[in-house]
Design a binder for this molecule. Structure first.
Ligand SMILES: [Zn+2]
Length: 264
């Protein structure tokens, strides 16, 4: 009888401490938040509506309970956000049409911060991807490519982050920040199978771009973009797993993005 009790206890303990592989993986890793919060400091394109946050109610009601609610309003494209392919490619996917499987995957972090901090008009080249591949091997199919330009250290100072603090249409010509060169975008879509491309600047195309060709090239292939991605300096060049889930706006061309990285 005593042996049976011991045996029973053993099985009960074994059951309660039994972990599935996914639990084990999640408990032995680290989450890194790659999103900025939204506030009146959030950086938007110079011509876009910024984030407005108004109090509906905050405090104790006449009935005696505490209650808080706000309302917000903003352009789709600002802060940490996703660009849906339709943003620059007719007939391509809207933000609600992107599958979850396209928005999660292994990260390939391409570090060009040395060059991009030196030259704020720097455009990431195919040679930068090829240099990454020399060290880490061919960009795996299904990668989420993240360009680390080092610009995150300037956030949320508009002047240093994007080249001008001015607002309005005249400010657009004064934008200076790094981006992806169009021929590098072409190299990616013709030679590799990536799920998405993100970076730590306001736009996939560099600040001085007028035709936004890298947007056009990627979006024509239904490859979405992540812009103003935070904390890229905390990611290794390989090994992180990305989950990038945007606000699901029906027919939207973009929207606020909660993007996180998991380091197993
Ligand atoms: Zn955008």
């Amino acid at each position: 009888m005593k042996h049976l009790l011991v045996l029973l206890l053993f099985f009960m303990l074994a059951c309660t401490t039994q972990e599935t592989p996914i639990d084990q993986v999640l408990q032995n890793g680290q989450w890194i938040d790659l999103s900025y919060d939204f506030s009146d400091e959030t950086i938007y394109w110079p011509t876009a509506e910024t984030f407005k946050f108004d109090t509906v109610f905050a405090g104790f009601t006449d009935s005696g309970f505490y209650y808080t609610a706000y309302q917000y309003c903003a352009a789709e494209h600002g802060g940490t956000h996703l660009d849906a392919p339709i943003h620059f490619a007719e007939g391509k996917k809207t933000i609600d049409q992107l599958s979850i499987s396209q928005l999660v995957g292994p990260a390939a972090v391409i570090d060009v911060s040395d060059k991009a901090l030196d030259d704020r008009d720097y455009q990431v080249s195919a040679a930068d991807f090829q240099a990454w591949e020399k060290t880490h091997g061919k960009l795996p199919d299904g990668s989420i490519v993240l360009l680390r330009t080092g610009s995150g250290k300037f956030w949320p100072d508009r002047e240093t982050y994007m080249g001008t603090a001015e607002l309005g249409p005249a400010a657009v010509a004064k934008l200076h920040f790094p981006g992806l060169a169009p021929d590098a975008a072409t190299w990616l879509v013709e030679n590799r199978k990536i799920k998405a491309l993100g970076l730590d600047t306001p736009s996939i195309d560099y600040g001085q771009s007028t035709l936004f060709e890298s947007h056009q090239i990627l979006f024509k292939e239904n490859i979405p973009g992540f812009e103003n991605v935070a904390n890229l300096e905390k990611l290794p060049e390989t090994g992180a797993f990305i989950i990038a889930l945007p606000m699901k706006i029906k027919d939207g061309s973009g929207g606020p993005l909660r993007i996180v990285a998991f380091l197993p």
